[in-house]
Design a protein around this ligand. Structure first.
Ligand code: HEC
Ligand code: HEC
Ligand code: HEC
Ligand code: HEC
Length: 416
């Protein structure tokens, strides 16, 4: 186990650096490999992963999406030529590795293929089926350690939140791209999984539980957002910062002075455009339920980031860097087992209390709160139908009213 964790750590650095060739979905798809038309019993794996992916996984159609009329509209408005040839779109809608890393059967048209998540198979493709070859051997040859919550989070978040190579910018949104929202545990469920998560699997591999996935996903989301804030992306044009880093509804909402409230997480003047801090608030709650001293430091840091957002680029870079250092500490502690995923009951109480105290009033945080409440409701006694009111209060982002969300939360609380 120790060795696997060590290789995993090295590999995390390798998520960016690995230069192994991606051999293409066709190399996995044979019926004796992963393209069996039916699940094979008596085997560790289904052998029908390619079929599940091809028939039910939205990732298989990600490239084709770039050919549809919505994408044509988006690309025409942006003036970037055909979407399916534009790097800015392919970066997330395909396995867009550099040309030198594309094997003979690799095709961009495969969309988000096996190796976009599992890693380039050049060094493990032929060996991973040989007798006596262990999972550790495969990992050492570049197979991604997806069973680890943090590694998995960094893979998914790269496209679903963005990273230094991929940005769902305000230009793209303005042209009609859907607003990205992501929470790893929830999205893992929405996604048609192609592995058999049974006792035999858990004897072979770790299988992170929902709060472990939630924690890893929030830490990685927050980290990527902060990297964006301190990197080149944030001030790409001299006049405006990149608006995708701000709360969308701060600007895209009816004018209404009643809406303004002092935010506990940072002192902003009325009228200031607030950074989208939803993942930062989630990390704060996670820490409160597992490491209160770290949570207090984190809150001060987040308040400092909001203050810095009114001061200029250098101040933002400093405040982001400090928060990134704290995230990296927490990630190391999670790895060493010194910090565990939060206790469901404590997390529930913290988030509920802060929601009822109206410490936030924005849609994007409310959306994240609903996703984690849904996970927690499954684990705690009570009636999950009571979540309906919360879902309803968030059903239309353009008509969202924080008071309705609060009222739904009070009702939800009363019903438990
Ligand atoms: C290379 C980029 C990339 C990676 C890596 C990636 N995704 Fe996606 N994902 C996409 C794109 C693009 C779409 C939209 C596909 C479409 O409809 O065209 C998508 C769609 C989805 C959807 C469907 C969303 C919906 O609204 O129905 C889920 C669920 C999902 N991804 C989960 C995950 C998970 C979990 C991971 C990590 C294990 C992951 N994704 C990794 C790019 C990626
Ligand atoms: C940062 C990664 C990223 C970039 C860059 C990106 N997309 Fe997407 N796109 C996604 C993800 C993730 C989804 C799925 C969103 C969800 O449901 O959560 C998506 C969804 C879409 C959808 C809606 C798909 C559906 O099934 O309804 C369209 C259309 C689309 N993208 C087109 C484009 C085009 C055109 C470009 C280039 C201008 C582009 N995308 C750039 C990640 C990205
Ligand atoms: C969006 C990311 C993603 C894509 C795309 C993807 N996988 Fe997976 N795959 C996962 C995750 C996450 C797991 C579960 C963690 C694990 O066991 O490694 C998994 C598990 C598996 C397993 C089970 C491993 C075991 O030990 O039981 C196999 C086999 C597999 N994938 C093959 C494929 C093949 C073949 C393709 C392409 C047709 C593919 N995957 C595409 C993310 C992905
Ligand atoms: C600082 C204010 C601000 C923020 C924050 C902001 N936008 Fe915008 N957005 C604008 C302005 C200004 C326009 C141009 C409006 C016009 O053309 O009349 C615009 C245009 C758009 C459009 C085109 C439709 C329209 O209303 O013109 C969309 C869609 C959009 N933004 C989505 C988003 C999303 C999604 C986010 C968050 C990721 C976001 N915006 C964040 C100010 C903002």
């Amino acid at each position: 186990m120790k060795r696997i964790i060590l290789t995993g750590l090295l590999m995390l650095a390798g998520v960016v650096l690995a230069a192994d060739k991606h051999m293409g979905v066709a190399t996995c798809a044979s019926s004796v490999c992963h393209g069996s038309s039916a699940e094979r019993s008596g085997a560790n794996i289904y052998h029908s992963e390619y079929v599940i992916w091809g028939q039910r996984d939205p990732h298989a159609g990600a490239y084709n999406t770039l050919l549809n009329s919505d994408s044509k509209d988006i690309a025409a408005k942006l003036g970037i030529g055909p979407a399916h040839e534009a790097k800015v779109c392919l970066a997330c809608h395909s396995d867009y590795v550099p040309k030198a890393q594309r094997g003979p059967r690799f095709q961009l048209t495969d969309g988000v293929g096996c190796e976009a998540c599992h890693g380039g198979s050049q060094r493990w493709l032929s060996s991973h089926t040989e007798k006596g070859v262990t999972h550790e051997d495969n990992i050492a040859r570049g197979l991604t350690l997806l069973q680890d919550a943090d590694v998995r989070a960094s893979v998914c978040v790269a496209c679903h939140v963005g990273d230094s190579e991929r940005l769902a910018s305000h230009d793209i949104m303005g042209a009609g791209h859907p607003r990205l929202q992501f929470e790893l545990a929830t999205y893992s469920r929405l996604w048609p999984s192609h592995h058999r998560d049974d006792d035999a699997y858990r004897a072979r591999k770790q299988s992170p539980q929902s709060l472990q996935l939630w924690s890893a996903g929030q830490l990685r989301s927050a980290r990527n957002v902060l990297e964006g804030l301190r990197g080149q992306q944030f001030m790409a044009t001299p006049l405006w910062p990149e608006l995708a880093f701000f709360d969308c509804h701060a600007c895209h909402a009816p004018m209404n002075a009643d809406k303004w409230q002092p935010r506990a997480a940072g002192k902003l003047r009325p009228g200031a455009v607030r950074l989208n801090d939803s993942s930062l608030l989630m990390v704060g709650w996670m820490l409160e339920a597992s490491d209160p001293a770290a949570a207090a430091r984190w809150k001060t840091g987040v308040a400092g980031l909001h203050a810095a957002s009114q001061q200029g680029r250098e101040a933002i870079q400093q405040a982001s860097s400090a928060l990134i250092r704290q995230i990296d500490d927490s990630l190391l502690q999670l790895r060493d087992g010194k910090l565990s995923a939060p206790d469901a009951g404590q997390l529930f109480q913290r988030i509920k209390a802060d929601t009822l105290d109206a410490t936030f009033n924005d849609y994007m945080t409310a959306e994240q709160v609903l996703m984690v409440m849904a996970l927690l409701t499954e684990q705690l006694p009570g009636d999950s139908a009571a979540l309906d009111g919360l879902y309803k209060s968030l059903s239309d982002q353009h008509r969202f009213r924080a008071e309705e969300f609060l009222r739904a939360m009070r009702q939800y609380d009363g019903s438990r």
